[in-house]
Each structure stands twice: as structure tokens, then as C-alpha cells.
Write a protein that binds this ligand. Structure first.
Ligand SMILES: NC(=O)c1ccc[n+]([C@@H]2O[C@H](COP(=O)([O-])OP(=O)(O)OC[C@H]3O[C@@H](n4cnc5c(N)ncnc54)[C@H](O)[C@@H]3O)[C@@H](O)[C@H]2O)c1
Length: 346
């Protein structure tokens, strides 16, 4: 497939294909738009079924980062990198340094951070080769608590839109995935009196959530039809698809996972079912705010910026209600307005 012909191609500034025979590294770095600043977005390592899937993923993810960073109010454009391969079996001592050198060759046009399949330790290794790796153990570290905080704000805003209250006591939330973000989110929602239904493919994580938060545990496939007010996807993308959509009982979808809608049309399908969808790239921006402000803001300032996700979500949901546009359309328009304003001012 030519990258220019990919269904998800949207005038990307650059797409770099990286390969290194010595280490087996195969990676793609996509830079979507740098109007607001260097392209910032995490590094994903995933065992893609084929290279086309990796291209599609990196294109969609980097474009999403353009909107996410614009709406988060940080001076960065959108970028993303993916390594093709199973992170559990294909990482070797030389793989990350090779990618670090490739990122360094871009001379700051792309800045990376942790994502699915990569860790803080990986960022530390990248940092030995390039200063354009964030979220290292000597930097701001794990972004997930900030991401979870932003998602909790977004859930409160959506609950207010549907139920005219931000009080989560008694609100039932289904969390799909109790990893770095999902676990923190569960902790926060439980502290506010929400009732949790959880699923994960890791039984130990489920047991811990049941013990610590009194969460109801369900099988992976049963999470969609759980009798809840909010469905919070916090595992992989495409949680909302043709199979899962008809099963949903929740009237709000709001979580941390990137690319929750398998196809753009699923946004309209959710709205048709009366389900309010908070765009993932708005709700889950806490982590990138933390990463983006690394070295330029203290913890209180970073928290304030993460807390501003609440006003952005409120603005999007209000505009959506008054114009009849889908929340995702409103969010993308708002991001484009901010990017256009920056371009005019430059
Ligand atoms: N970490 C961040 O700060 C951050 C920021 C923005 C977006 N995100 C997105 O949020 C999502 C979660 O990120 P994370 O850092 O918590 O990842 P993670 O890998 O720590 O956690 C993912 C969890 O989902 C579980 N899981 C995987 N497949 C599943 C399935 N089919 N059903 C149920 N559970 C399943 C895993 O066992 C794991 O516990 C990802 O999509 C990520 O891209 C994360």
C-alpha cells in the first residue's frame, strides 16, 4: 500500500520508515502537523498483523495527537511512532538505542514518550541516544495518573450533561482495562462513590480491583452489555465497533484508550442510540500535558492544565448540544480553529 493512498492519509508533513538489520528494528514515525510546535506523541510497540495495519495505526494516532495537543493547550504538533513487533518477545538490548538514534536524526522535529508496549525503562534507554525522549525516570515519569485525572474530569462533565450533577455517588462505571490508567481511574472514581464494573485479561488486576474497590468483575466480552451509566474504555483502541455498539447499555462513553471508535461513523451511531461520547483525544490528554510541560512547569501548574480539561470538555459538549454537531466534530473544529489562529499569528 502506498502511504499516500492510505484511507487515513491526511496531508502528513512526514512519515519516516525506520529499519535496522542488526537489531531487527522496524518502526514508523509519523508527523502530522507542526503548526503549534514539534510533533509530540508516544511510542507504541505492537505485534501488528501486517505492516499496513501499522501504517494505519501510526497515521490515525499521530493525527489524533495534533488535535489532542491543540485542545490541551500545549505548544506541540501531532506525531507518533510505532515499532512493529511483540513487546514481550521482540525487545532486545539494541532495539531501543537504534530507534533512539533514528529519532535523534530528526533533530527535535519529533519528540517521543511512553505508550502501549513501551515503558519508562525504554524511555531511559532512548534518552541515552537522544534528548527528544520524555517521561524518563529522571523527568516527569509515568503520565498515567495525570491521564486518569483528566478522564475523571471528562466523566464528571459528561455525567453533568446527562444527569445535571457532577456527583458520582451511585453512578455505575464500567472500566475496560485496569492497567496504568484504568487502575488509577478506578481508584479516583471509587473515592467519589461510583460503583465499578471491571474487566481485564489479567486475573490479578481484576482480583485487586474487587478487593480494593468492591468492583464487580465481568468477562472481557461482557463489559459492553454491563448495566452501567458510563463505559470507560481503558485498554486498546476500537472498543466501539459494529459488534460492541448494539450491546452498550451505558449512555456515556468516556475513557482513556486512543482511537476508541473503530470507524469514524461510529460517532454518529453512538449519538443515534442517545449515547454521549467524549472524544478520546480530549479526555485522555492529561498524560501528554504532563509530558509536554516537562521542565517548563511545576507540579501545581501541570495539575491546573490537566484540570482545564474539564472546561474544554464542557465547551465541546455545550457546543455539540446547541449546534447538533457530534462531539468529535466540535472537538476537531475547535482544534482546527486554534491551529489556524496560531498560523495567522505566526
Ligand atoms: N498511559 C497514559 O498516560 C495514556 C495516555 C493517553 C492514552 N492512553 C491510552 O489508554 C489506554 C490504556 O493505557 P495504559 O497506559 O493504562 O495501558 P496498559 O497497557 O498499562 O493497560 C492496558 C490494560 O488493558 C488490559 N487489556 C488488554 N486487552 C484487553 C481486553 N481485550 N479486555 C480487557 N482488558 C484488556 C491489559 O491487561 C492492561 O491491564 C491505551 O489505549 C493508551 O493508548 C494512555
Amino acid at each position: 500500500m502506498s502511504v499516500f493512498d492510505a484511507a487515513d492519509f491526511d496531508d502528513y508533513e512526514a512519515v519516516h520508515f525506520v529499519s535496522d538489520a542488526d537489531t531487527g528494528l522496524r518502526a514508523i514515525i509519523a508527523m502530522h502537523d507542526s503548526t503549534l510546535g514539534p510533533a509530540l506523541g508516544g511510542l507504541r510497540m505492537f505485534d501488528y498483523a501486517n505492516p499496513d495495519d501499522a501504517v494505519t495505526d501510526v497515521l490515525r494516532l499521530s493525527r489524533g495527537m495534533t488535535f489532542k495537543n491543540a485542545l490541551a493547550g500545549i505548544p506541540y504538533g501531532g506525531g507518533k511512532a510505532v515499532i512493529l513487533g511483540n513487546p514481550k518477545t521482540k525487545k532486545n538490548a539494541a532495539l531501543m538505542p537504534a530507534l533512539g538514534r533514528a529519532i535523534d536524526r530528526l533533530d527535535g522535529a519529533y519528540i517521543t514518550a511512553e505508550d502501549v508496549g513501551t515503558t519508562l525503562a525504554d524511555m531511559d534507554i532512548l534518552r541515552t541516544q537522544t534528548k527528544y525522549a520524555r517521561g524518563t525516570s529522571t523527568g516527569v515519569g509515568d503520565p498515567s495518573p495525570y491521564t486518569a485525572r483528566g478522564v475523571a474530569h471528562a466523566i464528571r462533565c459528561a455525567v453533568r450533561e446527562k444527569h445535571q450533577t457532577t456527583n458520582l455517588s451511585g453512578i455505575r462505571v464500567a472500566i475496560q482495562g485496569l492497567g496504568n490508567v484504568g487502575r488509577h481511574l478506578a481508584e479516583m472514581l471509587n473515592a467519589e462513590g461510583a460503583e465499578l464494573v471491571v474487566t481485564d485479561i489479567d486475573p490479578a488486576r481484576l482480583e485487586a480491583a474487587a478487593d480494593d474497590f468492591g468492583a464487580d468483575v465481568v468477562d472481557s466480552d461482557a463489559i459492553y452489555s454491563a448495566n452501567v451509566d458510563v463505559f470507560a474504555p481503558c485498554a486498546m483502541g476500537a472498543a466501539i465497533n459494529d459488534t460492541t455498539l448494539p450491546q452498550l447499555q451505558a449512555k456515556i462513553v468516556c475513557g482513556a484508550a486512543n482511537n476508541q471508535l473503530a470507524m469514524p461513523g461510529h460517532g454518529a451511531a453512538l449519538a443515534d442510540k442517545g449515547i454521549l461520547y467524549v472524544p478520546d483525544f480530549v479526555a485522555n490528554a492529561g498524560g501528554v500535558i504532563n509530558i509536554g510541560l516537562e521542565g517548563n512547569a511545576n507540579k501545581d501548574e501541570i495539575m491546573q492544565r490537566v484540570d482545564a480539561i474539564a472546561s474544554t470538555v464542557t465547551e465541546i459538549l455545550t457546543r455539540s448540544r446547541t449546534t447538533g454537531q457530534l462531539p468529535t466534530e466540535v472537538a476537531e473544529s475547535l482544534a482546527r480553529e486554534r491551529i489556524a489562529a496560531a498560523a495567522m499569528a505566526a
